[in-house]
Design a protein around this ligand. Structure first.
Ligand SMILES: [Zn+2]
Ligand SMILES: [Zn+2]
Length: 146
């Protein structure tokens, strides 16, 4: 096997505690998600030259999700969308089209993230809760659906 990249090493380390090997099929799924410029559905993943039967791709995505490699986004669209977990990418938010279900990634200014986090910490303190993160999705209409 060729020398492992830092990225592959991190994925391997996430899989190990779950007794999962970084098989060719799982590599294909992870590389396709890495190459995608937005969260994708299973049918889209299979179109992206992931040479796996749908059932096997689905099962492996589910295992990758359990291991914290993949994040599954459910927004009430026909199909769930998949992306790499934030531990492998970066913290971001989603713009979701109400009409066609398209999901796009957006990153907020670090200053705005800090403002959000301190606001959340303040309101959580009122109920003796310590926040460790947030998920904020923005709904609307994409350019094609307007
Ligand atoms: Zn749309
Ligand atoms: Zn954020």
């Amino acid at each position: 096997m060729a020398a492992m990249s830092e990225f592959d090493r991190v994925v391997t380390d996430l899989l190990a505690p779950h007794d999962l090997r970084y098989t060719a099929g799982r590599r294909a799924l992870v590389s396709a998600l890495r190459a995608a410029d937005r969260p994708v559905t299973l049918p889209e993943l299979l179109e992206m030259s992931v040479d796996l039967p749908q059932s096997s791709a689905y099962r492996n995505l589910s295992l990758l999700e359990d291991a914290g490699v993949v994040r599954r986004l459910v927004h009430g669209a026909d199909h769930a969308h998949y992306e790499l977990a934030e531990t492998l990418t970066e913290h971001h938010h989603h713009l979701i089209c109400n009409e066609c279900g398209l999901v796009q990634d957006v990153t907020l200014e670090p200053r705005l993230e800090r403002t959000l986090d301190s606001s959340f910490a303040e309101l959580a303190a009122d109920v003796d809760f310590v926040p460790t993160g947030h998920i904020i999705d923005i709904y609307g209409l994409c350019a094609d659906c307007r």
